[in-house]
Design a protein. Structure first.
Ligand code: BGC
Length: 921
């Protein structure tokens, strides 16, 4: 038995984070027993025990001890677990270290001439007076900062302090610089523009939404081997030199000129007192996970038909690069980024106004270039100015927030589906860059709330972004405070007001999804008042005359079914008001559920009553007295099913029909697509869900895969059939919303569906498909590692393997299984352990359509229906009495002059039978 995945606030050994009352979590692996009998958590500070739970019942998903923490203190902790089989294990020693926790600063805010475009480096040589035993730096530099000690970056972190509502709060980073100070004492902080003061947001001419000046505060605390402590805060004894970086912002890139001569070093300027106090009041220990360089990609060198030199890293990603250069002095090397080639040539019109380039002027020496104060969304890098471009000199570096991004994995026997899952993962990696962005490449990259909430369930399956979302939600809460409960369209808001349903509902949906995935109630505790504030805001706007429905709504964004003249082409055909109320209802229900989890019964009752009133309004406004929904789109039916707005069978039947009427294709946008396959499966139409998933044509997920996508596209047809970009106005090749379908792959194709927070208990109900043939899913969930695998051994034999983690239970529903299969597996209710079974299925796994199938079955699927349609006109008008007959029996009836049918020849049954069998999977 072994203790694993130890985290505090969902972070491994957090340094300097805002932790509140820390939440401890862990899992148990390799145990003989199936659950914990008792656990013990001990927290100490420098060997002194500050908390010891003794052997008791502890919640491994989120255990809090009511600790009161001291600033700048490293606490060690260890957890021990005894299993029900008598084993015992103790975790490796873990730690967390507090930041300044709001204590006063012994440092002053500095600034410098901010008109000078060469970026400043604030520095000081520390007058150290002994052997350094421990050293920490507490820093906030605006817009971006990079702390270096003796020329070496204090950490691999990029783009610190990240983005946030800088008008409300500023994040302090804590760095352990003990090691770096052994070799010298030069401390430097280089500043860039970033989100704070660089060009960003929708106003192209505007830079500096939050400020125009470079500003820095830094407190260095050194403990000597002899026990003395010294503090070196930024003050007038710091100086400023200018680096060779002459330009930087997030959209346009960075420029460095190594031919420039040194500018005189000047003394740093103190920020005026009022401003300094304002800034100090906003300082908080960090919430942002560090943005870190992660995967690296070697590239291939492509010479395009236009003669350009382009490096292809094979993966669309967010990040930077390293480029080795050795060119004569004065040579200008230019690297420009793009996502796709067009007719083989470099292309990037879809980046809109973002210049996305790195420009370097050589001093004649050899250097490895790496942008520091920008990032790009790219797969292709066009390079100019190199005498002999060499792929070996360029490395693409994916850079994003440091959360585990591969804790959920699915591999099937279908290469396209596997690529789709990885595309969704890369969509997540590329867009979880400190805030949850819409895209990483064009002049946008903003924290769109709608996109984030739509994708959040998939994100919480593919990875473990609880701490990432904690920061996003903290920022959102700050914005809500500013806007009286309203959730802005983007977080941080960059001064953009305004909201809509679906987007603002992120405030309720994301914390609820995080809680469901992790089982940690602290996210609900932190957010509940802001979740409620959002719903209250909508209620206020709604007033007594249903005003919410008359506000501007984005609706089923980018759906394909917009048919009303004058409507914005981006909005889809589903009544936006209807969607807005459905989400309002959903949010009110979520607040009620969350309040119940927290034991706030009055609050729960209040929001339940509100939800009832909203539901009554929806029913009276959009439903016939008999219960038919008069918003008749795929997305409306999806919403009806997802939020239980009408009779399930009736909504599902209409949804399936609408898909069929659309040529067996989806037409949904951000809203409908998120739930489409799930609601189909939940209503018993998994076959239709599989048909949609595996459809290779436009519109469908595999269309993009087949056109070379390595992330998820913003639009179903971002590229047309010929691979041409379909438009440049709003067309990113790295948007994650449609990647939410991977939730269906986990929950239905693999069949793992949590039914208790943190996956403490789950339904395991795999839905195998001959078209995938095999599937293996592993999920390092909050409670531990789940595994579900199935394999169609042959047309009648299925092998299923299930691993239930320690501390969890599963209710299993084997597909096409009789009682013997359950017995061989070990039962329907499983506790922790490994189980497998191979059994004869009660129905064939391989679908071989034939003339013995009923007409109803044959017209239900696109492929078989089109065979029937070749012989029988008006397949939608078949006489009802023929539907439940086998095709063979129905044919004579159909050929006996039934109106609208063709004359069928004698051997029609055999020909049809052959054509149908040719469709066998
Ligand atoms: C973004 C979307 C976003 C939308 C809403 C777009 O520009 O890229 O993903 O949700 O705007 O207006």
């Amino acid at each position: 038995m072994r203790i694993a995945a130890c985290t505090v606030n969902h972070i491994v050994n957090p340094l300097g984070f805002c932790l509140g009352d820390p939440t401890f979590a862990w899992t148990v692996e390799e145990a003989t027993g199936s659950r914990a009998q008792a656990s013990r958590l001990v927290v100490s500070d420098g060997g002194q025990v500050v908390a010891d739970t003794g052997w008791t019942d502890l919640d491994s998903l989120g255990c809090r001890l009511g600790l009161t923490l001291t600033p700048r203190t490293r606490y060690e902790w260890q957890v021990s677990v005894r299993s029900d089989a008598g084993e015992e294990a103790t975790s490796d020693a873990q730690w967390f270290e507090t930041g300044k926790l709001g204590e006063p600063w012994q440092a002053r805010w500095l600034t410098c001439d901010s008109q000078e475009e060469r970026h400043p480096v604030f520095f000081r040589d520390l007058p150290l007076s002994g052997e350094v035993a421990q050293a920490r730096a507490y820093v906030c530099g605006l817009g971006l900062y990079e702390l270096r000690v003796n020329g070496v970056p204090a950490s691999e972190e990029r783009l610190a302090p990240g983005t946030c509502a800088y008008d409300r709060w500023l994040q302090v980073g804590t760095y352990d610089i003990t090691q770096q100070l052994q070799d010298g004492s030069l401390v430097e902080v280089a500043l860039g523009n970033g989100w704070y003061k660089g060009r960003f947001g929708f106003d192209p001419g505007r830079g500096g939404w939050y400020g125009d000046n470079w500003e820095l505060i830094c407190e260095l605390r050194v403990r000597y081997a002899d026990g003395r402590e010294e503090v070196f805060g930024t003050d007038v004894d710091w100086q400023v030199r200018r680096s060779n970086v002459t330009f930087s912002n997030l959209y346009d890139g960075e420029r460095r000129d190594d031919t420039l001569s040194e500018l005189p070093v000047v003394a740093a300027t103190l920020l005026d007192e009022r401003r300094a106090q304002e800034q100090t009041d906003k300082l908080e220990d960090r919430w942002s996970l560090p943005v870190m360089p992660q995967e690296e990609f070697d590239v291939t060198l492509v010479t395009t038909p236009a003669g350009e030199c382009v490096f292809d890293c094979g993966q669309n990603l967010a990040g930077t690069f390293r480029l080795r250069v050795h060119e004569p002095r004065g040579t200008v090397v230019r690297v420009q980024m793009g996502e796709v080639l067009q007719e083989g040539n470099f292309y990037r019109d879809n980046l809109r106004s973002a210049r996305a380039e790195y420009v370097y002027v050589s001093d004649g020496a050899e250097h490895v270039l790496e942008p520091r104060f920008t990032y790009f969304g790219y797969r292709y890098a066009k390079v100019e100015g190199l005498a002999q471009p060499d792929a070996a000199d360029f490395v693409a570096v994916a850079t994003y927030s440091a959360f585990p991004s591969d804790t959920g994995r699915v591999v099937t026997g279908h290469a396209g589906v596997n690529r789709l899952v990885e595309n969704a993962r890369w969509g997540m990696r590329s867009n979880f860059v400190d805030t949850a962005t819409d895209c990483p490449q064009r002049d946008e990259r903003m924290g769109w709330t709608g996109d984030a909430q739509v994708f959040s369930p998939a994100a919480l399956l593919l990875g473990a972004p609880a701490a990432f979302f904690a920061k996003y939600l903290h920022d959102m809460a700050h914005e809500q405070d500013k806007f009286a409960g309203m959730v802005p369209l983007v977080v941080p808001a960059f001064m953009l007001g305004g909201t809509t349903g679906v987007w603002g509902d992120a405030s309720c949906i994301i914390p609820w999804n995080v809680y469901r995935a992790t089982g940690d109630v602290s996210v609900l505790e932190r957010q509940i008042d802001h979740m409620a504030a959002w719903v209250d805001y909508v209620e206020r706007v709604d007033g007594d005359d249903h005003g919410w429905g008359r506000t501007h709504q984005l609706g089923d964004w980018l759906a394909l079914d917009n048919y009303l003249p004058g409507k914005e082409e981006r909005k889809g055909g589903t009544d936006e008001g209807y969607i807005a109320y459905a989400f309002y209802l959903n949010s009110a229900r979520i607040v009620a559920k969350a309040a119940r989890v927290l034991g706030r019964t009055d609050m729960a009752d209040h929001y339940d009553r509100l939800a009832d009133r909203v539901l009554a309004w929806i029913r009276s406004e959009w439903f016939s007295p008999n219960g038919r929904c008069c918003v008749d789109t795929q997305t409306a039916q999806v919403v009806n099913l997802a939020f239980g707005l009408m009779d399930e069978a009736r909504a599902a039947e209409r949804l399936v029909e609408l898909i069929r009427l659309n040529g067996d294709r989806l037409s949904t946008g951000f809203v409908g697509t998120a739930f489409l396959c799930d609601v189909l499966s939940e209503a018993g139409h998994s076959r239709v869900a599989y048909d949609l998933l595996l459809n290779e044509d436009f519109p469908g997920w595999l269309y993009a895969v087949n056109h070379g996508a390595t992330t998820i596209w913003e639009r179903w047809n971002s590229l047309d059939e010929q691979g041409r970009i379909s438009g440049t106005g709003m067309n990113s090749l790295n948007h994650y919303a449609y990647g939410e379908v991977v939730e269906w792959i986990f929950a239905h194709a693999a069949g793992l569906r949590s039914d208790a927070p943190g996956y403490r208990s789950a339904v395991v109900a795999p839905e195998p498909s001959w078209r995938l043939r095999t599937l293996e899913m592993t999920l390092e969930s909050a409670v531990g590692m789940w595994r579900v695998a199935w394999r169609c051994v042959d047309e009648r034999r299925l092998r299923v393997e299930i691993v239930v983690p320690f501390g969890a239970t599963a209710q299993v529903r084997l597909p096409f299984a009789d009682e013997a299969a359950y017995q061989a597996l070990g039962g329907r209710e499983l506790s922790a352990g490994s189980y497998q079974v191979e059994y004869e299925t009660t129905e064939p796994l391989r679908r071989v359509p034939c003339a013995d199938w009923t007409l109803r079955e044959l017209v239900a699927s696109a492929d078989t229906r089109s065979v029937i349609a070749r012989h029988v006109r008006h397949v939608d008008m078949l006489p009802p009495e023929t539907l439940d007959l086998a095709l063979r029996e129905a044919l004579p009836l159909l050929s006996q002059g039934v109106p609208g049918t063709r004359e069928l020849s004698e051997d029609a049954a055999e020909r049809l039978d052959a054509e149908l069998r040719a469709l066998a999977e």
